[in-house]
Design a protein around this ligand. Structure first.
Ligand SMILES: C[S@@+](CC[C@H](N)C(=O)[O-])C[C@H]1O[C@@H](n2cnc3c(N)ncnc32)[C@H](O)[C@@H]1O
Length: 435
């Protein structure tokens, strides 16, 4: 395999200075607080102790019925449908609470694994959620034995946070409406995250607040300098709040302008960049229905719908192309929720599949563009040698490598638990060809 030639792009000229930070998925309570892998991470609402069947929202299908949450009022059993947009576990033990609940009570109940179905004032519920969150912030951070140890500790604490915050529940009725005093109009946000609500349901307030943030992102869009336009992410779709990797795709020399595949398209941002660069036909795939409807909507908004098509599917579409692009999840670790899976991929399965199946999908003389952060290398989760060996084992050779350094805030925040790795991170576009 030929030695890769690294080219450092000028981050300053590439990055929109207003960019808040990192590529994230949209479900955090604020809608824009990225989670653990930081410059890479998504919100982790923990599902480690997953106890319920998947009720993941698929906006292209009628909403699947979830299991029933049950609780007792005056000794009488009540129930409602458990709904989650993010494969959250259904709480096993539920007690009804109201405005008389103190933050200390809430903290104690959540720590004991008792979920609280809030039937008081909506704003008070949010205050309790914030109070729970503040209590989780404290505590002395133990020194990590290694970057990998630091990473796992960080994920553990995010996971714990998500579990505790997920213990506060609210009713969600057809409308969708939260039948609580002073509840805001959540129709659009709840519809986008959960789909149709056809019967009385119960959701996590933490997740619902995330849906509100996600709705704002979708409405306002994210500026993408390479498109000179905004991309509008849908709930649960990975989107480019850090845009340097998009700029790599905007600048790499095109091997052809006839056809390109974009594998794991997310919002469709890379496919749209290729279309704007003059590629006549771009076939974009993703195995997430939410991503497909999001990409299709963005193609239309950006006016590239005649060139770019979003197809639900696993990895490659049929046939071959002179250019195949892929930005796979880049941290080899277990996702804790469906929203995590755009970033975390155990054993780097998508990366390995992209490399090993690429030669069968490239036209003679074609190129595969692998967009990959090396954060996992700095965290001790993958080595550069493993990557180079996988490239070589797939019968691929490296034509070139374009590098860029992330400029998001966490990369320069020494208080961030993953600062050492984040500050060293480089994102690369590997130009690969079949040997
Ligand atoms: C890191 S995100 C990249 C999204 C988008 N290409 C971008 O650059 O912003 C990875 C994407 O791959 C998708 N994905 C994961 N496994 C996949 C598979 N087996 N087939 C197709 N898409 C997959 C995820 O749903 C996610 O949208």
């Amino acid at each position: 395999m030929s030695a890769p030639r690294a080219r450092q792009l000028s981050a300053r000229s590439l990055i929109d200075a207003s960019d808040p930070g990192i590529g994230i998925l949209i479900n955090t309570p604020t809608g824009h607080e990225p989670d653990c892998s930081g410059l890479s991470a998504v919100s982790t609402e923990a599902t480690e102790d997953f106890t319920a069947p998947s009720t993941r929202a698929d906006m292209t299908q009628p909403a699947a019925a979830g299991p029933l949450v049950t609780w007792a009022v005056d000794g009488e059993s009540r129930s409602a449908r458990w709904r989650t947009a993010n494969e959250r576990p259904m709480p096993v033990r539920v007690e009804v609470v109201d405005d008389s609940l103190t933050a200390d009570d809430a903290n104690r109940m959540a720590s004991q694994g008792v979920a609280m179905l809030w039937l008081g004032d909506f704003h008070n519920a949010r205050q309790i959620l914030n109070a729970l969150d503040r209590r989780l912030g404290g505590g002395k951070r133990k020194t990590a034995a290694s970057p990998a140890d630091g990473f796992y500790r960080h994920r553990q604490s995010r996971s714990h946070r998500a579990r505790i915050l997920g213990m506060l529940l609210v009713p969600l009725n057809p409308g969708p409406v939260v039948p609580l005093r002073r509840s805001p109009d959540l129709r659009a946000a709840a519809q986008e995250a959960y789909g149709e609500i056809s019967e009385p349901s119960v959701v996590s307030l933490h997740e619902l607040v995330g849906a509100i943030g996600a709705h704002e992102w979708r409405r306002n869009g994210v500026p993408v300098a390479a498109l000179q336009a905004r991309i509008h992410p849908h709930y649960g779709t990975f989107f480019p709040t850090r845009s340097e990797y998009v700029d790599l795709v905007a600048l790499a020399p095109l091997p052809a302008t006839t056809v390109a595949f974009d594998i794991g398209t997310g919002t469709g941002v890379l496919a749209a960049v290729l279309a704007r660069r003059g590629v006549q036909r771009v076939i974009a795939t993703d195995n997430e229905p939410r991503a497909i409807s999001c990409a299709a909507a963005n193609f239309t908004t950006l006016g590239v719908q005649e060139q770019a098509e979003a197809i639900l599917g696993d990895m490659f579409p049929a046939g071959r192309a002179p250019l195949v692009v892929c930005n796979p999840p880049w941290i080899p670790a277990t996702p804790h929720s469906s929203l995590d899976s755009a970033v975390y991929d155990p054993g780097s399965r998508m990366l390995h599949r992209f490399l090993s199946e690429l030669p069968d999908h490239l036209d003679p003389g074609g190129e595969g563009w692998l967009v990959l952060s090396d954060l996992a290398e700095h965290l001790g989760l993958r080595t550069r040698l493993e990557l180079l060996e996988a490239i070589s084992a797939a019968g691929l050779t490296v034509l070139d490598r374009l590098d860029t350094k992330p400029t998001h805030a966490k990369a320069s925040d020494p208080n961030d638990p993953l600062f050492a790795a984040r500050s060293a991170e480089v994102t690369s576009l590997w130009r690969l060809a079949a040997t």
